[in-house]
Design a protein around this ligand. Structure first.
Ligand code: AKG
Ligand code: FE2
Length: 206
């Protein structure tokens, strides 16, 4: 199995995948002080809830907490469970604006995940739900503890891994979700809590 590992000590954008999609990593999208402030605002200013998903036909509740934010006219089913969106808060709107001008794309929803410890992660999946606009990138922002993230090609199982730093942006362009899965790995090393935001574009129900 081919393994690509990247050290994230460059300042400019790093290209993560070699084929079947495009992912770039932008280490210092936010400065350390901006990230610290945004982490606190997001932690305190949103209604964090345990996530519910269907696994092996059973509804389970995660220890990780989530918030789903979206324009009020949207609904979204994720991991088999329909989500009810919260409204955009001021800090989130500020982040969305900065992202949109950087990416040249508009987003209408954001899934936030709060990982309290290293023993909370997210298993292999693609963000390829049918509601998502296939032509839109997914922009993943990280605040707090530095965590390892991997991609795995669905056919040849090749991998690409990197660490997602505090204040970093991982930009996943189409058709990345069609060909690759990704995961946030658990770790036994002590890590700070982390908040991840994935900005998405959901199609309006026709
Ligand atoms: O926390 C992360 O970096 C990954 C989150 C993710 O993959 C998702 O929300 O779909
Ligand atoms: Fe994901």
């Amino acid at each position: 199995m081919k393994q690509i590992s990247l050290m994230n000590d460059l300042d400019e954008a790093l290209t993560i995948l070699s084929k079947d999609g495009e992912v770039t990593y932008h280490k210092d999208f936010y400065s350390g002080s901006e990230s610290k402030q945004l982490f606190e605002e997001l932690l305190k200013g949103l209604n964090w809830q345990f996530d519910e998903l269907i696994m092996f036909g059973k509804k389970i509740t995660t220890t990780r907490k989530v918030v789903w934010v979206a324009d009020s006219d949207l609904s979204y089913t994720y991991s088999g469970v329909k989500k009810n969106p919260q409204e955009w808060s001021a800090p989130l709107l500020g982040i969305k604006q900065k992202l949109e001008s950087f990416c040249g794309h508009q987003f209408n929803s954001c899934l936030l995940n709060l990982y309290h410890h290293g023993d909370e992660g997210m298993g292999w999946h693609s963000d390829d739900e049918k509601e998502l606009d296939q032509n839109s990138p997914i922009a993943s922002l990280s605040f707090g503890g530095r965590r390892k993230f991997s991609f795995r090609h669905k056919k040849d199982l090749s991998k690409a891994s990197l660490f997602l730093d505090d204040g970093s942006l991982l930009l996943m362009q189409p058709p990345t979700q069609t060909y690759w899965q990704h995961t946030l790995l658990k770790t036994k090393v002590a890590v700070e809590p982390r908040i991840n935001l994935t900005f998405r574009k959901i199609n309006h129900a026709s």
